[in-house]
Design a protein around this ligand. Structure first.
Ligand SMILES: Cc1cc2nc3c(=O)[nH]c(=O)nc-3n(C[C@H](O)[C@H](O)[C@H](O)COP(=O)(O)OP(=O)(O)OC[C@H]3O[C@@H](n4cnc5c(N)ncnc54)[C@H](O)[C@@H]3O)c2cc1C
Length: 87
């Protein structure tokens, strides 16, 4: 099994998790931070979901601020995002 070492490990990668990671990084840019997210989405607006259901927002994709792919592309140098596992 691969051994991983981090200064900060965050469980959950939606609003609170990604905010916590960004805040920690602002305090100390040298921190090695891992975000673990058990669902396949990160950075989405839960508040927008009723509008998806009502049809006022056309697609669930419209409430996603950052996809895991975009996150990896833009932030992989800054944070490690682990989307697998966790029960
Ligand atoms: C319908 C609706 C309407 C809302 N309206 C408003 C509003 O008008 N105004 C407002 O301020 N807020 C609103 N909210 C609330 C707002 O969306 C939440 O406050 C916000 O999503 C909370 O973000 P969070 O990161 O704390 O938690 P979550 O969004 O719940 O994200 C936590 C993530 O962590 C993951 N997770 C949990 N345990 C683990 C683990 N052990 N390992 C890995 N991953 C884990 C979960 O799968 C989840 O994806 C609304 C929410 C909903 C659902």
């Amino acid at each position: 099994m691969e051994k991983m070492e981090y200064d900060v490990v965050i469980l959950g990668g939606v609003a609170a998790g990604t905010s916590a990671a960004a805040s920690a990084k602002r305090i100390n840019k040298n921190l090695k931070i891992a975000i673990f997210q058990k669902e396949p989405y990160i950075s989405y607006g839960g508040c927008g979901l009723p509008y998806v259901i009502s049809g006022d927002v056309a697609s669930p994709e419209d409430v996603i601020a950052l996809t895991p792919e975009k996150f990896k592309e833009k932030k992989e140098q800054t944070f490690s995002l682990n989307m697998k596992h966790m029960k």
